[in-house]
Design a protein around this ligand. Sequence first.
Ligand code: NAD
Length: 267
Amino acid sequence: MDTLHIDGQVVLVTGAGSGIGHAIARACVAEGATVHLADVSDTVHDAAGKLAEESTGAGTVASHVCDVRDKDAVRVLLDDVVAASGRLDISFLNAGINGVPSLLQPGGAIDELSFEAWRGVMDVNLDGLFHSLQHSARVMKKQRSGSIVVTASTAGLRAEPRVSYPYVASKSAVVGLVRQASLELARFNVRINALAPGPVVTNIGGTGPRPAAAVAAWEDSVPMRRWGRPDDVAGLALLLASGASSWMTGGIHVVDGGASALTQIPS
Ligand code: NAD
């Protein structure tokens, strides 16, 4: 059996400047991988610099500014990774946004939502994933090896009133894209799986203080009675990326403090 170790492997993480993507990148560096962090924000260079400083092992770090909505930029990103590191073993396709009112908030109802708000989320969460998946697959099919891990969401697996229409719709489509791609990529020795995190404390809801009532309501829906931390998700991400999951592909794997085990929110 292979182990979780991914030392020496070449890894790409999109949306790596913050939150879950950053925690995944940090875990990969700690394991001794060569990690390429990509993000739309140029703060990714500082984030990567800090990871390099913290690193005590053999892991190395590179950073790239890339907007996953831009298909040409994504093609260049993948070409740059291969030019710098010779190959791509693991691709964490994680970039995503929300930022649109939920069903429970003003402006979030289906007849109030603007098409621009809808498209804004779809552009990143679905079209951005399409570009990133297409170019990761291009490289890995040629190599006849690789592992792709996509960050979906529990909001892609069920209706969720505390989340926006385009977020639920985009993550539901992400689930279908991962399953469909697994059929094709298996023939090329390339695996693809998705993480489906529940509520995790990151910057996706903004960097300001979070309303206490909303925080508590989410906590009540999690049997473990706390929000997830990005590191809680990174462990599953590494498992799915590594040879320890060598016969797993096309799967959607929840990491949510037990929330999916519930059929109703406890009082
Ligand atoms: P985050 O905001 O902390 O991190 C997301 C990162 O993606 C940021 O660094 C941001 O700059 C980057 N990004 C945004 N748009 C981009 C683009 N067009 N191109 C490249 N990078 C871009 O949020 P997070 O919660 O860590 O989100 C990471 C992933 O996890 C997303 O796909 C999100 O949908 C998913 N997710 C989050 C939660 C949660 O509760 N936080 C739950 C389930 C799934």
